[in-house]
Design a protein around this ligand. Sequence first.
Ligand code: 13P
Ligand code: SF4
Length: 326
Amino acid sequence: MASASSNEPLVFEPGAARQPLSALQEEILDLKRQRNAVILAHNYQIEPIQRIADHLGDSLGLAYAAAEAKADAILFCGVHFMAETAKIVNPSRTVLLPDPEAGCSLSDSCPADKLRAYKEKNPGLYVVAYINCSAAVKAESDVICTSGNAHKIVAKVPEDREILFVPDQNLGQWVMHKSGRKMRLWPGSCYAHVLFTAQTLTALRDKFPGAPVVAHPECTQAVRDMADEVCSTERMVLFCKETAAQTIIIATETNMIHRLRREMPDKRFVAGPTANCACNECRYMKMNTLEKVRDALLHMSPAIELPEEMRARAETPIRRMLEWSR
Ligand code: 13P
Ligand code: SF4
């Protein structure tokens, strides 16, 4: 059971009880079959949505799943840029997003017109775009990357090209630090991940001696420096399985812990706190609810639509990423 109060850590003890699916979850699964749809869900989705997903994963895994989907419809339980990516790589499918307002602060921090203007002023840059950006920004980029393959992608950019990395300065700094490759960094960030502090995480580690801290690369440098592992959400699953530690501190969106608990019922997970709260949930990821998922399948709406010219231009750098990261 989880326990929390304002200054007490949020602890998920081993032995999560598995609830049977609710009537609403069963209704969604019926509708999914009727519509010949596949449900893709990001690791940050609420637990009841995670449980009805056909594929649950990080941005990279979901991009591959979307590209390979054969179903008539892809119901994407994540945020807007993720559903857009699915539409870009699989345009003949109907791609549904339960709440069209589910955006991303990181994506918003790099508007396409600003990027275009920057490129015009600084010609010749090779643009590596983190997947957390709009289709219009992808269309302005040379290659896309995710937190799961950023090093691999940057390492493949021709040596004689200067890189502009957009939009996450934290992920960009991390890649620069690990690869030694200098890049220009767009000054964007994730409003949620920058709320973790090295101070609160160090205090938590003191409370749980021997518990490693696992942090997402969107965290600030101070947090990345004190973490035992910095990685994508998919790699977190692997790290937690492989470590001998029985208690692990998770510095990313708190709903990630639901998947970790289901896959490792014998381990204890502690949510990384912010300065004001024992947990840290992404307000956009939380906009998707079971009711909205049901309604999306019922009405086959809201669906992602993109101008074909932009979609085609955005597809090239995504395909390059999928190829480079195999
Ligand atoms: P991952 O690709 O590591 O799941 O990260 C996605 C994201 O939005 C992190 O905030
Ligand atoms: Fe965007 Fe941050 Fe939410 Fe990830 S956690 S979707 S980067 S706002």
